[in-house]
Ligand binder design. Sequence first.
Ligand code: SAM
Length: 384
Amino acid sequence: MRLDYLTIFPDFFGPLELSLPGKAAASGLLDVHVHDLRTWTHDRHRTVDDTPYGGGAGMVMKPEPFGEAFEALGIGAGDTIVFTTPSGERFDQRLAEELATRERIVFACGRYEGIDQRVIDHAREVAEVRELSLGDYVLNGGEVAALAVTEAVVRLLPGFMGNAESLVEESHGASGLLEYPVYTKPRTWQGREVPDVLLSGDHGRIAAWREDQARRRTARRRPDLLHPSVLDDGTPIVRAVPGDAGELLTLQRACWVQEALDNDTLDIPALHESLDDVVAWMQEWDTWVVRRAGRLVGAVRGKMEGDAWDIGRIMVAPDLQGSGLGRALLDHIQAVAPEQATSYLLFTGEGSARNRRMYRKAGFRLRADLPAPPHAVVLTKPRR
Ligand code: SAM
């Protein structure tokens, strides 16, 4: 993975030469480039900021140095530019997993009151853009945030951790639970004992104790994590019941009419299904739905296909398309995949540019080597 940092404080990135990132760079797993943004200024003072249009406190980072830097570094399609900003999407483990699939990430670090908006708008035209926030607080600059994102992402790269097992049971992993408490030698310290069960040698009991501790800790500290099927506005994603079949059929028709128009074909089986068909597939698939004001506005389904979790029928009411609901459904159905699933699999219309963009961003990749129905393509993603 190639990492570029655009900053007015290159020294901030010294830690990348330490510890595991340093080793990964030395071994060629990471290709790290730190750039002084002032390289792309042309005045005597190497100015990177100016006063805000419209007035107000502070200074704003000028667009020209960033624009020239993007060009000089050959940033283009296939690259991801991360703008660290407190007004961005909250960075989390799911995003770290997604970014770990990228080949090149460019971090544009803000300072002062932030970066001229036109830089971000321009960047969207040349590459994938993510605006990421570390949390609901304000730092002085984007460098610390870029380092935090880097560390969370690169430790997920295959070959980065000496012992990949250490990733398996961590907080914010597949179980959705916080990690259980951990202990090491000595057995007694300051009058405090290690829990007996950990000394028992009984692996089954130890696993059960750890799971119980993880649940208790999560319930106490982060109850929100135990109910992940809730959208940002509090709307739950719930398992479909047989009585949803009629509305599912309506939603399905609405979505596939749109698909048919986009692809200029009526040759789409989902468009012609009957109520009986929907009732039948609901018995076979783990189906989830979202209701807003009583109306069924979103749905998704999954089922095991060999070792893969087959994801299908991500449906969003036409008036809500583009609102992020499709992505939330996609994230949800991955989160509820059975433990034995080693990968995710889905089909989408070959002409559905918007869907294909969403799946790509979520880490799915086109598999031209796998068979697909007419007018469709197959995408897969390994499960981490
Ligand atoms: N005026 C900006 C606002 O209110 O949104 C805050 C600017 S902050 C002082 C300067 C820079 O620090 C930002 O451009 C951003 O790069 C970085 N920064 C501050 N807080 C951050 C956070 N929570 N997450 C990521 N980056 C942050």
